[in-house]
Each structure stands twice: as structure tokens, then as C-alpha cells.
Design a protein around this ligand. Structure first.
Ligand SMILES: [Zn+2]
Length: 236
């Protein structure tokens, strides 16, 4: 293979690695942000459940207070019942007692409902606490690993950049500037493998004569369709 072309292939390989690594480095802040958002959402949803459970406990206490009041009212009414003078008063009093009893029953029903809901809530909270702690630990590991990966990637980038300069210096100036022009126009990919008589980048058929020359000679050819520099991979 043309040694210049071999170096260009190495160069493109390095440059593509640099591009992909730069992209990964650039994505680190938003990756960490998304981990942190998820952390916050997980905590908030748990806190909401706990808050709901507290609210239920408060409502239960308030209702229990109401029941106490209703009960003392009821016993007062029952005492008064003994001392009424007329039939009409007696009927009215019985009616009031009935109302007070209904009230107590309805308050007690509500307390029972709340107790059931509290029981379900507490079970759910216990279950979700385990889940949450597992998830929080995973997210925190994710954040730590992502942060730790940054200096490693930067070091790798530095190595690649040095390697790039070295490789560039081994390619003829004219061919290098041709490579640069094509790379600029073709999203950083200036070389394309010629395989099975096709350009592997744009999948257009290569003229048979050119393909034969590619296989036989060290001459530089470009794809008629995408203008990328063609190369034939050497059998390793
Ligand atoms: Zn092509």
C-alpha cells in the first residue's frame, strides 16, 4: 500500500477517535445533570409519600378528637333525657341523640378508612424505601464514575492529539491538504474503503478500470461520487 495512504488511514482513525471522545467529554455535564435530576425526583417522590402518610395521621388524630367531643355531647344528651318534662321535648331529645350517634358512627367509619389507607401507605413506603436506597446508590455511583472518567478521557485525548501531530507529519503536504479539504466537506471522513467494487462510504460502484488500478497500484484515486480517497484494506 502507498505509505502516505497508510498514514492517512491511521490519521483518520485517530481523528475519528478524537471526535468521539470530545463528544463524550462534552456530554459529561449533561449526563451528571440528568443523574442529579433523577436523584432529586426519586427523593421527592418518596418525601411526598411520607408527607401523605403524616397528613393521614393528622387527620386520624383530628377525627379521634371529634369522636371524643361527640361522645361527651351524647352522654350529656342522655343525661338531659332523664329530666325532660314533656313528650315533645322527649321526642326532640331522642332525635338529637340519634343525630349524635350517627355522627359518631360516620366519624368512626372515616377513622377506619384512614387506618386502612395508612397501613397500605406504610407498606408502600417500606417497599419503596428499599427501592429508593438502591436507586440512590446506583445514581450516586453513576455520578462518581462519570466524574472520574473525565480526567481519564482528557489524558486519552492528549495522547491522541500527540499521535495525530506525529502521524500528520508523516503524510505528504499536498495529499494532507487534499485530505483536509475532503474531510471538511464530508463530516470528517475523507477516506473510504473500496470493497467488492463499491465505495463503502457512499455505496456507489467504482469503475472496473479504477478498481483494478486500486488493487494493482499505489496511485491515489477518489470516488467519482463522493470524492473520498479510496483505499483497499490490506489482508492482515
Ligand atoms: Zn464514494
Amino acid at each position: 500500500m502507498n505509505p502516505d495512504l497508510r498514514n492517512l488511514i491511521a490519521l483518520q482513525d485517530i481523528e475519528l477517535k478524537i471526535t468521539s471522545l470530545q463528544k463524550q467529554v462534552a456530554e459529561i455535564p449533561s449526563l451528571i445533570q440528568s443523574f442529579e435530576d433523577e436523584l432529586r425526583r426519586t427523593r421527592e417522590s418518596h418525601e411526598q409519600q411520607v408527607a401523605r402518610s403524616k397528613e393521614l395521621a393528622n387527620r386520624r388524630r383530628a377525627l379521634e378528637g371529634d369522636v371524643d367531643l361527640s361522645r361527651s355531647k351524647l352522654s350529656r344528651l342522655k343525661d338531659q333525657l332523664m329530666s325532660v318534662k314533656t313528650n315533645k321535648e322527649y321526642t326532640a331529645m331522642l332525635h338529637e341523640i340519634q343525630i349524635a350517634e350517627n355522627q359518631i358512627r360516620s366519624e368512626e367509619d372515616k377513622i377506619l378508612e384512614i387506618m386502612e389507607e395508612m397501613e397500605d401507605k406504610e407498606k408502600a413506603i417500606k417497599g419503596s424505601e428499599l427501592e429508593m436506597n438502591k436507586k440512590l446508590a446506583e445514581l450516586q455511583t453513576g455520578i462518581r464514575e462519570t466524574n472520574d472518567s473525565a480526567p481519564r478521557m482528557e489524558a486519552e485525548l492528549e495522547k491522541l492529539r500527540q499521535h495525530k501531530v506525529q502521524t500528520e507529519s508523516q503524510v505528504g503536504e499536498e495529499l494532507l491538504s487534499r485530505y483536509r479539504r475532503i474531510a471538511e466537506a464530508r463530516k470528517g471522513v475523507a477516506l473510504a474503503e473500496a470493497k467488492d467494487e463499491l465505495c463503502s462510504a457512499c455505496h456507489v460502484r467504482i469503475r472496473p478500470q479504477m478498481y483494478a488500478e486500486l488493487l494493482r497500484t499505489d496511485n491515489i484515486h477518489v470516488c467519482d461520487s463522493c470524492s473520498r480517497i479510496l483505499f483497499v484494506r490490506e489482508n492482515l
